[in-house]
Design a protein around this ligand. Sequence first.
Ligand SMILES: [Cu+2]
Length: 336
Amino acid sequence: MNCPQSKKTTSKRTLLAGVSVLICLLFVENINALWTASRPDGHAPIGVHAEHTHHKGEWMFGYKYFFTYSDRHLDGASEVPLSNILDNYIMTGKEMMMHMHMLEVMFATSHRLTLMLMGDLMFHNMSHAHAPGYGEDHAHNTSGLADLRFSGMYMFYNRNFQRMHAEIGFTLPTGNIDYFEGYNMQLGSGTADLISGLTWLAQRERTSFGAQASGQFSFYDNKNNYRLGERVNATAWTGYVVNDWFSPLFRIDFNHRGNIIGRDPRLDPSIDPARDPNMQGGQRLDAGLGLNFYVRQGSLRGVRFAFEGLLPLYQNLEGPQMATSFTGVFGIQYAF
Ligand SMILES: [Cu+2]
């Protein structure tokens, strides 16, 4: 009987076969090793900006609509009833809706460098509650062009189904900052700010992952004697490819805003906490669900549609300050 020997040979053969299959897989991974945007999760959830680059010579035009709704106040992490705020102030915001219509243009000058221009029209609707004896509740609207953003995204890693790029750019103070209803009603920062970001993207056959850290920083006082505090964002997401035209995506988003430095002398902080420069900062952690659609045929071939809804999991605000209750995003993008 030579049973033990044949068993040994069999297991050796199995091992060899296994190793060659692994080597083959590695080889296959290597020839297809580049990350690709040509799938529905090839763009991040639509609420994320500057998260992809383009092929050399490619243009992209996009429209994004952001809706943010606020209807409560937080001081730290705890909710403050309106009546408590009106014990100490003459008025305060009761409900706030922000509508942002954003146009983005991207152009890749090389496979490494993509330039981007973003401009948005903002509409803020705010209703105010007054303390007893200080007049009727009323509403305000502010609207107009916000700050224009110019940036360049440089891809420095593109291997093993992964990509990384850095963004650097600036904003121009095109948004009006002369509203008297509070810092949160202004349409811009009033300063030319530095914007920067770092993005990592990775793909598997049916799943994808991404992470981005970004910031916006003001370095000098605007014409109204203040500057916005630092704005820092960190987000991470994962997507699943259901088929070649649809991906749901899940995202976690952390947002930090520093308080305002300096003070607009025309805004009296004793009237409304929204006019207090020390009640503008805070942190928020959101969870988001996104739906990405990528049209693959017909006359709309190549067009992307996307939706995202975000709900806060945790907020800690310098307050009392109006807290975000919901963010909704819709977007449409086309590259050629
Ligand atoms: Cu693009």
